[in-house]
Design a protein around this ligand. Structure first.
Ligand code: FUB
Length: 311
């Protein structure tokens, strides 16, 4: 009986070692994880939360001046590839705005396209969030930013989805969720933006992340419910909708953080939800940490609620 028990403990330890350790990154704050599988590794492109101080950002608010990218072959050991873009290297961005919010990255025709929001320098267009692109030959850079942001987009939280037929789509948020086709150069819109009306209508929706499984398009997004964001999703037979609200992926009650922000990937035959909370900064929820947990589907294609693990 004693040997059986010891074996069980050993198996649990070994299984534990193979699981994601949450939070994933512990030596800096990170948020809004956009996870991608490139080759045999997972790359995560998060926002990088730093603390605003007088003269550097708005004290008490989100403050981000650059992006790091992290990669892993087992979701346990993470390599920090360092800074890939910073606000003072983007020609059109206000280098004193500290507003490099949630990004995304996608591969096409041998190049990696990194999409990021930032505040535009004052111009004839006014000021506000725009979405820029930086291009690299490798998933960890070096990334070269384009001279101008994407024409026709005002907002935050860009997400890019490439359909099986080679058509790319870009999604973003500005109170609600918007989408348009992208030209094959990945730098210009190929259609007029549309609003992706998803149920329920009320409350801020942001952080779109679209993926496809078994021919169905899943639009995942954080939605402010009870003053805190919960992760919801809607389903459609088309990447531009109409989408039908399908349920909650992660309830707001488990987190003390008023934002959450997700991405969904399949890696080595297991689906995962990447998200964030403020584990490492319980008293200040603008200093967040990225996490990952397994995600499972029901037989009918709906998503089972994801439980946060704390190891
Ligand atoms: O990280 C800044 C903002 O908070 C993101 O852009 C939103 O999605 C929310 O997570």
């Amino acid at each position: 009986k004693q040997i059986k028990h010891s074996l069980l403990v050993l198996m649990m330890l070994l299984a534990g070692n193979a699981m994601a350790q949450n939070p994933l990154i512990r030596n800096q704050f990170s948020a809004d994880p956009s996870a991608r599988v490139f080759g045999d590794r997972v790359y995560v492109y998060p926002s990088h939360d730093i603390l605003a101080t007088p003269g550097h950002g708005r004290v008490g608010w989100f403050c981000m001046e650059d992006y790091h990218v992290f990669s892993s072959s087992d979701l346990t050991e993470w390599t920090d590839h360092g800074v890939i873009i910073s606000q003072n290297k983007v020609p059109w961005a206000d280098s004193a705005a500290y507003s490099m919010w949630a990004p995304d990255c996608i591969f096409r025709n041998g190049k990696y396209y990194f999409y990021f929001p930032a505040t535009e320098k004052s111009s004839a267009n006014g000021r506000g969030f725009r979405v820029g692109v930086a291009i690299a030959d490798k998933p960890y850079g070096p990334f070269v930013p384009q001279k101008e942001p994407i024409a026709g987009i005002r907002g935050i939280d860009p997400n890019v989805f490439m359909d099986d037929d080679g058509q790319a789509y870009i999604y973003w948020a500005q109170g609600n969720i918007y989408a348009a086709k992208l030209k094959s150069n990945m730098l210009e819109l190929a259609s007029e933006p549309v609003t992706l009306g998803v149920l329920p209508d009320k409350g801020l929706k942001e952080g779109p992340y679209l993926f496809k499984r078994n021919g169905m398009y899943y639009l995942t997004y954080p939605h402010v419910a009870n003053k805190t964001e919960r992760l919801e999703y809607a389903m459609s037979e088309s990447p531009l909708g109409p989408f039908k609200y399908a349920g909650v992926i992660m309830d707001e009650s488990v987190s003390g953080c008023w934002t959450n922000h997700q991405s969904v990937i399949e890696f080595k035959k297991q689906w995962y939800l990447f998200y964030h909370n403020n584990d490492l900064s319980p008293k200040f929820d603008k200093s967040r940490s990225i996490r990952a947990d397994s995600l499972f589907f029901n037989q009918d294609g709906t998503i089972r609620p994801v439980m946060q693990t704390f190891r």
